[in-house]
Design a protein around this ligand. Structure first.
Ligand SMILES: [Cu+2]
Length: 164
């Protein structure tokens, strides 16, 4: 009888967990504004997963191509590259996507991205059980050089070296 009660409670708890709002919490999402004719920009935020998760894909209606990138030193030059195996989000550990580090790369932009716009992003997540789910994020656009520190300025240069 006691055993039955415990397993019922566990079942209720598991059910509540499945209906939890999101596997990943998103904080301070933003997209860098572009100038006319600029074909690429970045999206940045802090992601914290509730359980071990991997970001395996991203899409946005404003970009023909969206990828998760990292910055890395290659022969003394800072370059960006796609994280082909995805971006791991260890449980409970905030992961920063920021200028000069991990970022969402938005390429083949369909138009100028202006301060005040809101950019929808859809992440594809893979949970600890291998199950995939999506996460919708709305990221406001911030102007170039909008009060951010020096490392941010390095990113557009790095992007221009980008080969796709
Ligand atoms: Cu990039």
């Amino acid at each position: 009888m006691k055993q039955l009660l415990i397993s019922t409670l566990l079942a209720i708890t598991a059910n509540a967990w499945a209906q939890a709002p999101a596997l990943v919490d998103v904080k301070d999402a933003w997209v860098r504004a572009t100038v006319a004719q600029q074909k690429a920009t970045g999206a940045f935020m802090q992601l914290t997963a509730r359980a071990d998760t991997r970001v395996v894909g991203v899409q946005s209606p404003i970009a023909g191509v969206a990828q998760i990138h990292e910055m890395a030193m290659e022969k003394d030059v800072m370059r960006m590259r796609e994280l082909k195996a995805g971006l791991p989000l260890p449980a409970g550990q905030p992961v920063e996507l920021k200028p000069g580090g991990y970022h969402v790369m938005l390429m083949d932009l369909k138009g100028q991205v202006k301060a005040g716009d809101v950019v929808p992003l859809t992440f594809v997540l893979e949970g600890p059980d291998g199950k995939r789910s999506t996460l919708a994020v709305k990221a406001p656009v911030r102007a170039l050089g909008g009060g951010t520190a020096a490392p941010a300025a390095a990113v557009p240069d790095a992007h221009s070296q980008h080969k796709h």
